[in-house]
Ligand binder design. Structure first.
Ligand code: PLP
Length: 363
């Protein structure tokens, strides 16, 4: 197949994204009846009942969705205290990361991100043929001074996940402001807030203050995490109006389906559901950490709905052993953390099962 010689540069070195194993797959492979899935940082309480209801009664499958997502953008503009023109809706926040990369990255550009940060930053940089720098972390968090050292006149994008996946570390408002003050204005900083709702630290970022001060920032948020709408694929980006207008030229028409738009509006309106999910996560994250400490297992303190655990042996083997016992977590060797596994915070029963099985394997 001679044509395969001509794939775009960068693509040959890509390993396809490996999603977490599905419950059905593990049930079938290991002949199990009960599975605990703590692999993909989902909201195990499910979506908001209001979001579910609106989907249940939806009939207009024959009509294209609103390509401009006007109602959803109006809702988001209230929540974020910004104008609708500052918002772009994506098929998951992944699509926003892809759109921003298509907008700015090419063979003659560079991007910067942490060595242990969300894998999609590397993926989209490679697809666009861009060079990229993976920066060593400091205590598993983004080392922003080292980011600054890598900036040159080819730098177009900097990706920062806050809190970071997979490490769970976070940057404070001051960390981000100090950094942005030093970043040249021609470099766009993408701040990925997929897990922001889970943060309990009180010095966390205030997006509107940042947007008022800096034009070269794009924030991204997801409906896949606390909103429990991963299956519908919806997320958004927000920033400067001129930036969003340009990104909308790259976005495909009708990129976000009508069910997702409706469910997202309902979910944003269901404040009780979000608050309950936050307090459940805060309580269970603490419980998981205390349980890990009590069995003598090391972990990275997390502000997300997941925790990185140092198994001190090969994480992939621990992952396989847990699978056989009906617990799905995530090995994170792709993040160059070969002794670690990442576990999502579940409910009390799920967390207890995980701890029990982990203890059986490690000790
Ligand atoms: C840091 C981070 N950003 C973005 C995403 C993408 O989320 P989605 O495309 O489902 O909105 C994820 C998914 O795991 C993530 O961990």
């Amino acid at each position: 197949m001679d044509f395969l010689k001509y794939i775009n540069p960068g693509i040959e070195s890509i390993n396809p994204y490996e999603a977490g194993k599905s419950i059905e797959e593990v049930m079938e492979k290991y002949n199990l009846e009960d599975i605990v899935k703590l692999a993909s940082n989902e909201n195990n309480s499910g979506p908001s009942p209001r979001a579910l209801k609106v989907i249940k009664y939806f009939k207009d499958l024959h009509i294209y969705p609103d390509g401009d997502a006007i109602k959803l953008k109006t809702k988001i503009s209230e929540v974020e205290n910004i104008d609708s023109e500052q918002i772009i809706i994506g098929n998951g926040s992944n699509e926003i990361l892809e759109i921003i990369s298509k907008t700015f990255l090419s063979s003659n550009t560079e991007s910067i991100f942490s060595k242990h940060a969300f894998i999609v930053y590397k993926l989209v940089s490679k697809v666009c043929g861009s060079k990229f720098h993976e920066i060593d972390t400091c205590d598993w968090g983004h080392d922003l001074d080292k980011f600054l050292e890598k900036i040159n006149d080819k730098t177009r994008l900097i990706f920062i996940a806050n809190p970071n996946n997979p490490t769970g570390t976070y940057l404070s408002h001051k960390n981000i402001i100090d950094f942005l003050n030093k970043v040249p204005k021609q470099v766009l900083v993408v701040i990925d807030l997929a897990y922001f709702e889970y943060v309990t630290a009180n010095d966390y970022v205030k997006t509107s203050e940042i947007l008022n001060k800096f034009n070269n920032v794009l924030f991204t948020k997801s409906f896949s995490k606390i909103h429990g709408l991963s299956a519908l694929r919806i997320g958004y980006g927000f920033g400067n109006k001129s930036l969003i207008e340009i990104m909308n030229r790259v976005r495909q028409p009708f990129n976000v389906n009508a069910l997702a738009q409706k469910a997202a509006i309902e979910s944003l309106s269901d404040k009780n559901y979000i608050e309950e999910s936050i307090s459940q996560n805060t309580k269970e994250r603490l419980y998981l950490c205390e349980s890990l400490s009590s069995i003598g297992v090391e972990y990275i303190p997390s502000q997300g709905n997941f925790i990185c655990i140092n198994t001190k042996i090969t994480g992939k083997n621990v992952f396989e052993s847990l699978l056989k016992k009906g617990v799905i977590v995530r090995p994170i060797d792709i993040y160059e953390m070969p002794t670690y596994i990442r576990v999502s915070v579940g409910n009390r029963n799920e967390n207890n099962i995980f701890i029990e099985k982990l203890e059986e394997i490690l000790f």
